[in-house]
Design a protein. Structure first.
Length: 129
């Protein structure tokens, strides 16, 4: 099966040995996004709500570069350094997603890259029209 590298300047550049996303067949595997502002590669300022919003904006940019959008995501993994922030995930996700919502996991972790509080990765299905 052919693999296609997905890249967009509208999302943070990869800061390691990975691609923003890989498309294999009609499945797109989106790498973890943290709340980096693409133009500066710095963490977004503000509280957890702004971090969650930036992460979802980054995922949306990669999804669009792959020929889809957030509604094509079938699985979403969320990593939080403080599970007390979980209610904010539901609140903000409701502004980005509509039913049927993607399958999802929320995982508490001790630390994330660059000291951020949230990271998300996803699996998306994109069929050719």
């Amino acid at each position: 099966m052919q693999k296609t590298v997905i890249h967009t300047d509208s999302a943070p550049a990869a800061i390691g040995t990975y691609s923003q996303a890989i498309k294999a067949g009609d499945t797109v595997y989106l790498s973890g996004q943290i709340p980096l502002v693409p133009s500066t590669m710095e963490l977004v300022g503000g509280d957890i709500r702004q971090q969650i919003t930036q992460v979802l904006d980054n995922l949306k940019a990669v999804a669009m570069a792959a020929g889809g959008d957030l509604s094509d995501i079938v699985k979403l993994n969320i990593f939080l350094t403080d599970m007390a922030n979980f209610p904010h995930i539901n609140e903000i996700m409701a502004t980005y997603f509509s039913q049927p919502y993607p399958a999802r996991a929320a995982i508490g972790v001790s630390a994330l890259p660059k000291g951020c509080s949230v990271e998300m990765d996803a699996v998306m299905i994109v069929t050719e029209a």
